[in-house]
Write a protein that binds this ligand. Structure first.
Ligand SMILES: Nc1ncnc2c1ncn2[C@@H]1O[C@H](COP(=O)(O)OP(=O)(O)OP(=O)(O)O)[C@@H](O)[C@H]1O
Length: 235
């Protein structure tokens, strides 16, 4: 599924967080969205998924305009947004969380798919989600993308604060999604890993697109140093 944002400006009251942003995630491709804190990355994903309404500009899914459509509508039509933080139902079991991931009318087994993505969830189906470790809860939240068979997945810092071994599992999972032909838009603090997976990269700063292109085009430029700080390059 193809996603396009065209001329998007999004604001919180007087704070303009995105200014005239154009971005395309071609069908079956991976786009990494990078930028310093406060650049507007989360705002961009939320505008794409309908959690925020832009002040101007359009959002298209497979070239059909969806700007006025609700987040629910976008989910039903194939978009999955994994938001920052652990979005699970903490008082419910893992199994019941997974059941809720199933899209209406989809009779395939969301639980089986989630376990194939993250096998350790299979050992914890009866556990109350809120009692799992942070990393396990993040796996559960992230597995929604696979369980729903969403053709377009937006991921906001899903590896934030996780142990390296779990970050490895998350990136292995992202490769599984890519192999299935899923379009991905990822915001990731592990810049080098995100770039290794990405077909295209967009760099946001102060709500504007400062760079858009192939990850290899960044080599030999000072864009990273200028906008992200050198220490992030190899992270
Ligand atoms: N609910 C809000 N109300 C007011 N301003 C907000 C709100 N959410 C975000 N902002 C502002 O909008 C700008 C963009 O924020 P956003 O969270 O999109 O950036 P980000 O690139 O995702 O940052 P980070 O990497 O720190 O998560 C920032 O200046 C932020 O302070």
């Amino acid at each position: 599924m193809r996603l396009e944002l065209s001329g998007i400006t999004t604001a919180y009251g007087n704070t303009v967080a995105l200014r005239d942003v154009d971005l395309v995630v071609p069908s079956g491709r991976v786009v990494a969205l990078l930028g310093p804190n406060g650049a507007g990355k989360t705002t961009l994903l939320s505008t794409a998924s309908g959690l925020l309404t832009p002040r101007s500009g359009q959002v298209y899914l497979d070239r059909a305009e969806v700007t006025g459509r609700s987040p629910d509508w976008r989910v039903r039509h194939g978009m999955c947004h994994i938001t920052e933080g652990r979005s699970v139902f903490p008082g419910m079991t893992v199994r019941d969380n997974l059941r809720l991931f199933q899209r209406p009318g989809d009779d395939s087994d969301a639980i089986e798919r989630a376990i194939s993505a993250f096998p350790r969830l299979g050992q914890r189906l009866n556990q109350i989600a809120g009692t799992m470790s942070g990393g396990e809860q993040q796996m559960l939240a992230t597995s929604r993308a696979y369980a729903q068979k969403a053709p377009l997945v937006l991921l906001d810092e899903v590896s934030m604060g996780l142990a390296p071994v779990i970050v490895d599992e998350i990136f292995h999972f992202l490769k599984m999604l890519v192999a299935e032909g899923t379009s991905l838009l990822i915001v990731e603090q592990y810049v080098a890993r995100a770039l290794a997976l990405a077909d295209y990269v967009y760099l946001l700063a102060k709500g504007r697109v400062m760079f858009a292109g192939d990850p290899s085009e960044l080599q030999g430029t000072d864009i990273f140093e200028r906008y992200l700080g050198e220490e992030m390059v190899g992270a």
